[in-house]
Design a protein around this ligand. Structure first.
Ligand code: ZN
Length: 361
């Protein structure tokens, strides 16, 4: 899906020593306490608890339950370390055999690989409370520094307007969708609305995404084709102003909490402007500016990335040449055979007065 590879893929199980370090510091500083092989954090000791979910502690406390068998002091206290029950996997710790609580893993790995303060922390909206709230409490109490500058929480995916869930059976993977539509339409779908809003998936919507992407590819391929045949000349000033206006529109949208929906709208307005100058037979300097702006904006969104597959280009060009030769030789059977082969690769051919043009279907 044209997602950049992460620099590290840390595992909680490889960071138990860092987890134990943080828990020890929290106990030393008085934010956490050990009891019978468990360790708990006391949110009451941290004045800013609830600042992410904007819920006062008393309100959260009213909803919290304490099970009779639990040994923590207050209902809101959460586990940093749990003693192992017989037969469970465990690690050695100053509090005996046990395993980390699920919030502490993130605080430990963030500190080890990224530092005490990170710029952006992402996650699903369902993680704001208690998970992210607890990460903040642990990290800030331990490190004495602000944990994250920005929180980006994404909305849920609905399928035919019903929340996607395993139990409802309306559940499928990116791979399932990609098998039918390809990966890039899935990427397009995900960024076609603002990340904080819920997104609705259905067949009609993914098909629309695929069609929109095709419009982008067609525009870019037409630009290439026009560039090959363009005459020299001065850059069209009116078009230059328009393009810079579109770029500014794009930047404004992205600066507004990464509003990719509005950013895509700016790209499509640019495409409309580009299609107009292509149709008007623009010169080389003008078309070059159009290509540069198009590539810059689509690259930020990670779209139209399948153009850069040079090997595909070479293969298709070769087949087109073979087909032209077959037609010249009046070998219609072979020409049709090559045409079918090209079609099977998902390539659409178009005969124009300037020669054969092609684009991905
Ligand atoms: Zn986490």
């Amino acid at each position: 899906m044209n997602v950049r590879e992460a620099t590290v893929h840390p595992k909680a199980t490889e960071n138990i020593d860092e987890i134990i370090n943080i828990i020890s510091t929290l106990i030393e500083k008085g934010y956490a306490y050990a009891v019978d092989g468990d360790v708990y954090f006391s949110p009451k000791k941290f004045d800013e608890y609830g600042k992410l979910s904007h819920q006062p502690l008393e309100e959260l406390e009213a909803g919290a339950r304490i099970n009779v068998e639990e040994i923590k002091h207050e209902p809101m206290d959460f586990a940093l370390w749990k003693g192992a029950k017989p037969g469970e996997p465990y690690w050695e710790s100053p509090w005996g055999h046990g395993r980390p609580g699920w919030h502490i893993e993130c605080s430990a790995m963030v500190r080890r690989y990224l530092g005490t303060t990170i710029d952006i922390h992402c996650g699903g909206q369902d993680l704001i409370f208690p998970h992210h709230e607890n990460e903040i409490a642990q990290s800030e109490c331990c490190n004495g520094a602000s944990f994250a500058n920005y929180w980006m929480h994404n909305g849920y995916i609905n399928v035919d307007n019903v929340k996607m869930s395993k139990s409802l059976g309306n559940f499928f993977t990116v791979r399932d969708v990609a098998e039918k539509y390809g990966y890039e339409p899935v990427r397009y779908f995900l960024i076609s609305s603002h990340y904080r809003s819920p997104i609705n998936y259905n067949t009609e919507i993914i098909e629309q995404c695929k069609a929109s992407l095709e419009r982008l590819y067609t525009c870019r391929n037409n630009l290439d084709f026009a560039l090959e045949n363009a005459a020299d000349g001065e850059l069209d000033n009116e078009f230059n102003d328009k393009v810079h206006g579109r770029i500014q529109q794009f930047i404004t949208a992205m600066d507004d909490d990464m509003n990719t929906a509005d950013a895509i709208a700016a790209v499509f307005e640019l495409v409309r402007d580009i299609n107009t100058v292509i149709a008007a037979g623009a010169n080389k300097a003008t078309l070059e500016l159009a290509a540069k702006a198009f590539d810059e904006l689509t690259d930020v969104l990670g779209l139209v990335y399948n153009r850069n597959k040079a090997s595909l280009d070479d293969e298709v060009e070769e087949l087109i040449a073979q087909r032209a030769q077959a037609r010249k030789d009046k070998n219609w059977a072979l020409a049709d055979e090559i045409r079918d082969k090209i079609k099977a690769m998902g390539i659409v051919l178009e005969d124009t007065p300037q020669g054969v043009k092609w684009h991905k279907a």
